[in-house]
Design a binder for this molecule. Structure first.
Ligand SMILES: Cc1cc2nc3c(=O)[nH]c(=O)nc-3n(C[C@H](O)[C@H](O)[C@H](O)COP(=O)(O)O)c2cc1C
Length: 176
């Protein structure tokens, strides 16, 4: 049985990086635990690679997606709908990667994932986001520069929330 499975979806690498860092931090918390140090079995993969068998054999699932024009990537939305029963049958954590902050980010977080999953989730987090204009495909760069008026690269990764979210996930895993 896998302890933690993380499935992520994003176009430009920030969400993948956040997912990998989350996995690393949760594993470190388990290894450094004073009462009962242990090595967790974890998996961190793009959501397209997650199968029903993976879900069936994991204690906790964390899903993470980047927000583009208010929505999560299609692969992640489809994954949620196709695996509704399995997700409702286990503990779930959800995160988004986005540039909005505070109230607008909270609103995006609660609207991006389906309502049944938001209600079911044990932990939800906005981990912030990053834009490197030179990396973007032409259309996305036009969206960001002309419509969102983003003139420079932005790094709004929320280190503090990443650490506290890892703590929350570890706390859920520590409950027998
Ligand atoms: C085309 C496009 C649309 C975006 N739309 C939003 C948005 O609606 N709200 C938001 O907060 N961030 C938005 N962002 C910012 C991304 O959510 C953020 O940069 C995220 O970290 C990207 O993750 P990735 O590197 O995994 O693709 C947008 C970025 C792009 C490129």
């Amino acid at each position: 049985m896998t302890d933690l499975t993380i499935g992520y979806a994003g176009k430009y690498g920030t969400t993948a990086e956040l997912a990998a860092r989350l996995e690393h931090e949760v594993r470190a918390l388990a290894e450094q635990n004073v009462d009962r140090p242990r090595t967790l079995e974890t998996r961190c993969v793009p959501v397209q690679e997650l199968t029903a068998e993976h879900l069936g054999a994991t204690r906790m699932v964390v899903l993470g997606g980047a927000v583009y024009a208010g929505r999560l990537p299609r692969a992640l939305r489809r994954f949620c709908e196709r695996n509704r029963e399995a997700l409702l049958a286990r503990e779930v954590g959800l995160f988004i990667s986005c540039l909005y902050q505070d109230e607008r980010a909270r609103e995006q977080l609660s609207k991006a994932y389906p309502q049944w999953l938001v209600t079911h989730a044990a932990s939800l987090a906005n981990l912030g986001g990053r834009i490197e204009l030179a990396k973007l495909k032409f259309v996305d760069r036009v969206v960001m520069t002309r419509f969102a008026k983003t003139e420079n690269d932005l790094d709004r990764i929320d280190e503090h929330r990443l650490a506290s979210f890892a703590g929350e996930i570890f706390a859920h895993l520590s409950r027998e």
